[in-house]
Design a protein around this ligand. Structure first.
Ligand code: FAD
Length: 456
């Protein structure tokens, strides 16, 4: 077993861990980043699938994500806009097909009024929430005890309005059914993006992509860190100083042992308990990590010879709370003359289609796309389903959120360091929560806290 000494050992080479490592290095500290996989990037992964460059994990950048935008600039990465010219498609109940422009779906006037009213009420509530401290809202406990679905039922009797508003947070963001998370958790999701209106606005939230793919961020950060990033190195055990003697931590992989003054666990919170701690983590952490779980969504790419929908005047943007694929977009890759659609199948619908054979699942998903775009959608030249639920070192998509009541009860301690152990991940962010922007933000804050702790 090789043994090395560093100031800080970082577990996980995702955007958060690599940002923390970069900041610590800038402050003159030595680091070792231990990554379980044979690649860096975690939930950022650009791959070549049957000749098509696809972003299997995170890809979009929105204009408020200044931490991510700053990193892109620093790394010299260029962005391009998502294709959005033309009209959008909405499928109502029973497949009624309508086109629209702007953000509000083409629903009956009474439903539209309910949707507008709900957005206004949610925006007002979100404005009262500090995304870094949602548990401090005066009604935090109350809002954390009611599911988002029930909360919506207390606001309107219009089911289509509820389904649409629910979809923006449930299927489209937390990727859990709206009965499985609280109203407070929903408000945090919206507050982390600035407002609920921002989440509803696809042109805002899914604004830009990065040339070469968003995985360029961790790849370039890791390149700068060079030999300090160790791939194929899952941390199995963390020995730590619970007594405050200053003996620090030792992170142990199958063939490497890193002794350091501090550790940063830059892994999704659901994977924290996968590591053995000697001595065990305190009661509070052992409890709280059980109250977070990953959402689940299938990101589906279908590449066609041409972006045929554009010829018909469609932007590619499509929504329906009644469809298997509840949202879809033009996701054509920069410089590729072919047309790519990306669609999402979330939570219980994802469970359902994973019970089918791969062929049946593909047929069901393409059929759903054809409801939006017509029969041409049935015949892609490349087809790919991202399956993050099967990834041992992620276990779901997009990210982790608290169960009912968990945010008010445990949220304030999610990032509280335990002795020399700090925690950093997009799933622990306020602003940029569940996004790369949040991963970077928390990575910087965690590094700054360690640098401050080391000041004489
Ligand atoms: P991760 O990327 O999960 O990194 C954690 C790392 O820790 C991983 O590399 C893992 O292998 C490693 N690890 C785990 N356990 C151990 C261990 N014991 N030892 C060593 N290493 C370990 N965000 C956006 O901003 N825009 C989007 O468009 C977007 N879309 C998404 C689409 C999908 C399908 C998915 C899955 C995510 C999406 N996200 C998006 C979310 C975004 O990708 C994540 O929020 C972000 O990448 C998380 O970064 P992280 O560093 O916090 O965690």
């Amino acid at each position: 077993m090789n043994s090395i000494e560093r100031d800080v050992v970082i577990v996980g080479a995702g955007a958060s861990g690599l940002t923390a490592a970069t900041e610590l290095t800038k402050a003159g500290l030595s680091v070792a980043v231990l990554e379980a996989r044979d690649r860096v990037g975690g939930r950022l992964w650009t791959d070549d699938i049957d000749g098509a460059t696809l972003e299997i994990g995170g890809q979009w950048v929105s204009p408020d994500q200044d931490a991510l935008i700053g990193t892109l600039e620093e790394l010299g990465l260029e962005t391009y806009s998502r294709y959005r010219e033309g009209i959008n498609i909405y499928l109502g109940e029973n497949g009624a097909r309508r086109t629209f422009e702007g953000e509000i779906f083409p629903v009956a006037p009474a439903t539209e009024q309910e949707i507008v009213g709900l957005i206004e009420r949610l925006d007002a509530l979100v404005a009262e929430i500090d995304p870094d401290r949602p548990w401090e809202h005066p009604q935090a406990k109350e809002l954390d005890e009611i599911s988002f679905r029930r909360w919506l039922e207390t606001q309107t009797d219009d089911e289509e309005a509820r389904l649409n508003i629910g979809m923006f947070i449930a299927g489209a963001m937390l990727t859990k059914p709206a009965h499985a998370f609280s109203a407070l958790q929903a408000l945090l999701m919206a507050a982390s993006a600035g407002s609920f209106s921002n989440l509803v606005d696809a042109d805002f939230i899914l604004d830009k992509r990065v040339k070469g793919g968003l995985q360029q961020v961790p790849l370039l950060l890791a390149e700068r860190l060079g030999d300090d990033v160790h791939l194929n190195s899952p941390v199995r055990t963390l020995r730590w100083d619970a007594e405050g003697t200053g003996s620090g931590v030792t992170a142990i992989t199958d063939d490497l042992q890193v002794h350091a003054r501090f550790a940063i666990l830059a892994v999704p919170p659901v994977l924290i308990s996968r590591i053995s701690y000697e001595p065990p983590l305190p009661r509070r952490q052992q409890q709280l990590h059980q109250h977070l779980s990953m959402g689940f969504v299938i990101k589906v790419h279908a590449v066609y010879e041409t972006p045929f929908w554009r010829d018909h005047g469609y932007s590619g943007t499509a929504f329906s709370p009644y469809e298997l694929v509840h949202e879809a977009y033009d996701n054509s890759y920069h410089g590729d003359p072919r047309g790519t659609l990306v669609g999402f199948v979330s939570d219980e619908s994802a469970d359902d289609v994973f019970r089918l054979s791969p062929e049946e699942r593909k047929a069901r998903i393409l059929e759903s796309l054809s409801h939006y775009y017509g029969v041409q959608a049935l015949s892609p030249v490349v087809y790919y389903e991202s399956d993050w639920g099967s990834e041992e070192w992620t276990r779901g998509a997009y990210a982790a959120s608290f169960d009912m009541g968990g945010l008010a009860r445990y949220g304030a301690d999610l990032r509280t360091p335990v002795g020399p152990i700090h925690f950093s991940c997009s799933d622990m962010a306020g602003k940029g929560y569940q996004h790369v922007d949040g991963a970077i933000r928390v990575g910087r804050e965690t590094a700054a806290a360690i640098v401050a702790a080391l000041q004489p």
